[in-house]
Design a protein around this ligand. Structure first.
Ligand SMILES: Nc1ncnc2c1ncn2[C@@H]1O[C@H](COP(=O)(O)OS(=O)(=O)O)[C@@H](OP(=O)(O)O)[C@H]1O
Length: 295
């Protein structure tokens, strides 16, 4: 049920928050005629996740770069069988027009936790560069819950308190999908079966919120692009409480579904989540040779 809901939610998102997130990309995308010398290219880089990690912010911020073009919507090619069977040409045609010197990027957060995505992406291009944006796993669970909460409200479905989902019979409900999606080591292991660590760059989602330029400069380096994203491309919007983008003479913030207030969670429940993830986090740090200041 939750997966079905998620799928519907994703489609809804494509229609609402994702396409509408930044009118700039969607307008360009839907009305653009093919400029001479451009064509649809298969992405040389994919943001594969994680859901609620900050994938939309990362994609839109990378779109500032003149050598980057981004797909406006989540494509779900590698994680949804009904799309994958349509073949690579179907996928390529969904990409925006780009020049030879530009990198095409798409983001589908569901790839990170998909069982098939690593192998399928590897089959398409074994030397592709992958971006994964991660944030504190507990925060990610709460963000995931918050998204489903609002979607259920919109669809007039019943909602539950966070604590009532996360704790079952006095113990942590580790079967809860949102918790499973935060087991970064478990998912990462699948990616490392197909890709070298040096093909994968991990973006710190917590840092992207507070110091976007710092994280974007690392991505520019990873993609071998000249540093073109500047501090003047960002301004802090007090009302939203997040950085917004200034580019091509326009100012834009992400859709209101990005950066929603989270519920205040019971301290004991928080501690249970922190301690559950601790071992997984340590394992993940070892796997990727990098550590993060998660709880
Ligand atoms: N600049 C800026 N503006 C708004 N939001 C920002 C920004 N940078 C990062 N974020 C964080 O992005 C979180 C949503 O992540 P995703 O875009 O990956 O979500 S989704 O999986 O595509 O639904 C979203 O999570 P929530 O805070 O839970 O809404 C934000 O914390």
């Amino acid at each position: 049920d939750e997966d079905l809901l998620l799928k519907n939610v994703s489609i809804l998102e494509v229609l609402k928050s994702e396409v509408g997130a930044l009118s700039n990309t969607s307008e360009q995308y839907s009305t653009q005629v093919q400029p001479p010398g451009t064509s649809h290219h298969i992405p040389q880089t994919i943001i594969v996740g994680v859901r609620k990690g900050g994938t939309r912010a990362l994609l839109e911020m990378l779109d500032i770069h003149p050598n980057i073009v981004v797909a406006a919507t989540e494509v779900h090619f590698f994680d949804w069988d009904e799309n994958y069977v349509k073949g690579i040409e179907w996928y390529r045609n969904l990409m925006p027009f780009s020049y030879e010197n530009q990198i095409t990027i798409e983001k589908t957060p569901g790839y990170f936790t998909s069982l098939h995505a690593p192998e399928r992406i590897h089959d398409m291009n074994s030397s592709i560069k992958l971006l994964i944006i991660l944030r504190d796993p507990t925060e990610r669970v709460i963000s995931d819950y918050t998204q489903v909460y609002y979607n259920r409200l919109e669809n007039r479905k019943s909602v539950q308190r966070f604590e009532d989902i996360v704790i079952k019979n006095g113990a942590l409900n580790t079967k809860y999908k949102a918790i499973q999606r935060s087991l970064y080591d478990v998912h990462m292991e699948r990616w490392l079966k197909y890709f070298d660590l040096n093909q994968i760059h991990i973006v710190d989602g917590n840092t992207l919120i507070k110091q976007p330029l710092k994280e974007l400069q690392k991505v520019e380096k990873f993609l071998n692009l000249p540093p073109k994203i500047l501090s003047s491309n960002f301004y802090f919007n007090q009302t939203k409480g997040f950085y917004c983008i200034r580019s091509d003479g326009r100012e834009r913030c992400l859709h209101e579904s990005k950066g929603r207030p989270h519920p205040v969670v019971n301290r004991t429940v928080l501690e249970q989540l922190y301690s559950y993830f601790r071992e997984h986090n340590r394992n993940f740090y070892k796997m990727v040779n990098q550590s993060f200041d998660w709880h």
